[in-house]
Design a protein around this ligand. Structure first.
Ligand code: UT7
Length: 325
């Protein structure tokens, strides 16, 4: 089987910052509660920008990093659950901005695990098309689906984009393995019900809570820790590695307490864990490529490093990937 490589990495966040102090003015919450329960201090939020704007800026950076032009791309895979529109798909808006028609483009919705699902699809495209140059991008204008009167969710989320370019040509990191899993029976614990065919919008009916993120936080927390720990161990076993062999661990940035519990379960050295949840909150699908790109930019990754990625999200979905830099 051909080897698959990441050629370029990039990320983008919108300029506007929403701090915990700002949220104190909006709902009955406190900086103290948000910081101790989640680790989040601030998040970046869109004003006029859309999902494809975030994806576009991140993609330009990844293309530049790879030394490629948009017209070199053979496929665009966008992980998101907050596309600009449902039809056309979010990736079409991105492709238009990149000016690279007729490159095929489509969306993947696996909530916060979206990037790892898209990476697996990108890997498949590279394996069947040895000349492929696949843009795997994740972007969420997530605050467009956050209920800013619900304190249990509105303090958690932020907006961002992150991208990588995949190909079979040797590049900065080899994608050694990817594992993705799901359990659809738990979908109700983290959901946006309104607007789908089960809850279609009706002309003249008001928009209510079901059109926004609803989450049973405590339940999600438990499954998140267990599923991410298990899939990391499964991936490490497949690669004949132990957690001691990992140079940098990049978990989904949803909650510092989830990251700490996971670090403990995996017996990882805390110095090997990359954390930026304090600055961005939970950016869903964008969380992993944003953290990967920042870690690289901050020179936390050296040549030869083994980097373990893991994510968990609505569906439930979860996944892990091992990169070799
Ligand atoms: O990215 C996809 C995966 N998503 C996640 O991983 C999120 C997983 N879940 C979590 O991170 C945590 O469950 C939360 C951060 C969402 C909540 O933390 P928690 O420690 O599980 O709190 P809780 O929901 O059990 O609520 C504890 C208390 C409640 O009050 P009572 O019933 O004890 O009086 C809530 O009403 O905290 C209250 N509360 C708040 N208080 C101040 C909930 N949200 C807030 C808030 N400010 N923003």
């Amino acid at each position: 089987m051909s080897k698959i490589y990441i050629q370029g990495i990039g990320h983008y966040v919108p300029a506007k910052i929403l701090s915990n102090q700002d949220l104190e003015q909006m709902v009955d919450t406190s900086d103290e509660w948000i910081t101790t329960r989640t680790g989040i201090k601030k998040r970046h939020v869109v004003e006029k920008e859309t999902c494809s704007d975030l994806a576009y800026q991140a993609s330009l950076k990844a293309l530049e990093d790879a030394g490629l032009k948009a017209t070199d791309l053979t496929h665009i895979v966008l992980a998101t659950f907050t596309p600009d529109t449902y039809v056309p798909n979010g990736a079409s808006h991105l492709q238009k901005k990149l000016g690279c028609a007729p490159t095929p483009c489509f969306d993947i919705n696996a909530a916060c695990t979206g990037f790892l699902y898209a990476l697996e699809v990108g890997r498949g495209l590279c394996l069947t098309n040895p000349k492929a140059k696949v843009l795997v991008v994740a972007a969420e204008a997530l605050t467009s689906r956050v209920n800013f009167t619900d304190r249990s969710t509105c303090v958690l989320f932020g907006d961002a984009g992150g991208a990588v370019i995949l190909s079979t040509e040797p590049g900065k990191a080899e994608v050694k393995n990817i594992l993705i899993q799901a359990d659809g029976s738990l979908g109700d614990l983290l959901t946006i019900k309104g607007g789908g065919s089960a809850y279609p919008p009706k002309l003249g009916e008001p928009i209510d809570e079901k059109y926004f993120v609803e989450m049973q936080g405590r339940e999600v927390f438990k499954y998140a820790v267990r599923s991410m720990a298990d899939i990391c161990l499964e991936l490490l076993a497949k690669e004949n590695l132990s957690s001691k062999d990992i140079d940098l661990f990049i978990p989904h940035q949803a909650n510092i307490r989830i990251i700490e519990a996971l670090t403990k379960k995996l017996n990882l050295d805390v110095d090997k864990v990359f954390i930026n949840v304090q600055n961005y909150g939970n950016t869903s699908a964008a969380s992993i490529p944003l953290a990967l790109s920042e870690a690289f930019e901050q020179k936390k990754i050296k040549k030869g490093d083994k980097v373990l990625l893991v994510a968990f999200g609505g569906g439930f979905t979860w996944g892990a990937s091992l990169l070799q830099f």
